[in-house]
Design a protein around this ligand. Structure first.
Ligand code: ATP
Ligand code: MG
Length: 424
């Protein structure tokens, strides 16, 4: 026999027992995004490599070393998308969506050739939102409020918001020069990676993980002190909104984000519960990108959240999702085996949201209960000769010690409809 073929390192199967948590996040996010008037957009997973080089930036981790790029049969360089913003912008330009403001969202797998570890994979999933055509701090605020609502709906209380402003390109250019001068004077103490970045992408030195470099950076000049009047007013406007909405945040002058295209507002939602990979959602404004990719100058702002990290957080918080199955119908005896599918159909007609597994294949009470238990169902519904004779169905709770009941059909429908009411 041949060797087992395994999944690619850093790319994971999501097994049935984990799917409830995924659904919970995806369904909640979709509901909230729709409630704010965001429309879903679906773009291809493959794009021409140039799209990412021109948007994310040549001197970024992603483009330098993380992309899955290859030549297709026509010799064109294509890449698996490492993020969703570039594709959204390309599609919005290509289809003329930018003639009016747009609120868009997307979800799906992204690909980056990083070192796999907890919370960091080579195929991972994001949900993201992008807004085009709106310049003010009100829309930046809306995006943050939307994500805050999502955390509340998911019952996640431990996330911390960090914000910063990267100013406008001119302000950043001046700051960049000052930062390079500061770092130049201390170059012998910088780590190799930061030294390499010193002239290509010095802002990235600010979020170096290297302890020695972090010490140097702690006293470096900050961008916040270089903001002009308009950038400052924009930032204050957003902060005012956060204060009014009662959303606590921390100013982090070293929050620069890994992608080149951001300006003004940047933000991250961070947890302490996932070890080193603590950022679950990151976003910001990127007013220059549409024009950079050949579209008419259009302001833009967005965020992306990492689903794997959220799924792990939900599991830690102990609310991974609804049970996969509400009830498992046990049918013992020839007559019950024939009647059970019909009973199940009547229940499904009246309770469209009921998740009911009807046992098939016969077997003893004992073996059927074992399957009921393994299904994860909250209740076993029992139909045997005695129940048929009495015109009732037995209801046996499988997850707690509450009493067994015998219910007629109408009472059973009432009972199940109360049980399947969703908590959110
Ligand atoms: P990090 O600093 O963790 O590498 P990033 O700045 O590269 O993050 P973004 O490109 O902003 O991340 O992506 C937004 C979110 O997507 C991240 O906050 C994270 O939750 C998730 N994410 C990014 N890369 C990965 C990955 N390799 N595996 C799993 N999730 C990821
Ligand atoms: Mg990264």
């Amino acid at each position: 026999m041949g060797k087992h073929i395994q999944a690619i390192r850093g790319m994971h199967d999501i097994l049935p027992e984990a799917v409830a948590a995924w659904h919970r996040i995806e369904d909640t996010a979709r509901r909230i995004l729709a409630a704010y008037g965001y429309a879903e957009i679906r773009t291809p997973i493959l794009e021409v490599t140039d799209l990412f080089k021109r948007s994310i930036g040549e001197v970024t981790d992603i483009v330098e070393k993380e992309m899955y790029s290859f030549e297709d049969r026509n010799g064109e360089s294509l890449s698996l998308r490492p993020e969703g913003t570039a594709s959204c912008v390309r599609a919005a330009i290509e289809h003329g969506l930018l003639v009016q403001p747009q609120r868009l969202w997307y979800r799906g797998p992204m690909f980056r050739h990083e070192r796999p570890q907890r919370g960091r994979y080579r195929q991972f999933n994001q949900i993201g939102a992008e807004v085009f055509g709106l310049t003010g701090p009100d829309i930046d605020l809306e995006l943050i409020l939307l994500t805050a609502r999502l955390w509340r709906a998911l019952g996640l209380n431990g996330l911390r918001l960090e914000i910063n402003s990267l100013g406008d390109p001119d302000e950043r250019r001046l700051y960049r020069e000052e930062l390079v001068t500061y770092l130049e004077a201390r170059r012998e103490d910088l780590d190799a990676e930061s030294l390499r970045r010193l002239h290509t992408n010095p802002l990235r030195v600010l979020d170096s993980k290297h302890p020695q470099t972090q010490k140097i950076v702690a006293d470096a000049p900050t961008l916040m002190d270089h903001l002009g009047e308009d950038s400052l007013a924009h930032f204050q406007g957003m902060r005012h909104g956060l204060d009014q909405a009662g959303i606590p945040y921390r100013l982090n002058p070293r929050l620069v984000r890994g992608l080149d295209y951001y300006n003004r507002t940047v933000f991250e939602w961070i947890t302490e519960d996932l070890g080193a990979q603590g950022t679950v959602c990151a976003g910001g404004r990127y007013d220059g990108l549409v024009e950079q990719l050949g579209g008419r100058a259009t302001p833009a702002v967005g965020f992306a959240l990492g689903l794997e990290r959220l799924v792990e957080l939900l599991a830690l918080a102990g609310h991974a999702g609804e049970p996969a199955v509400h009830a498992y119908l046990v049918a013992v005896g020839d007559q019950a085996q024939l009647e059970a599918p019909l009973l199940a159909e009547r229940l499904r007609d009246l309770l469209p949201r009921l998740r009911l597994v009807a046992h098939c294949g016969g077997g003893s009470f004992k073996s059927q209960f074992k399957k009921a238990d393994r299904s994860g169902a909250t209740f076993a519904l029992v139909l045997g000769e005695a129940e048929i004779a009495k015109g009732i169905v037995g209801v046996k709770p499988l997850r707690d010690e509450s009493d067994q009941q015998e219910l007629g059909f109408d009472d059973l429908v009432d009972f199940l409809s109360r049980e399947i009411e969703s908590p959110d």
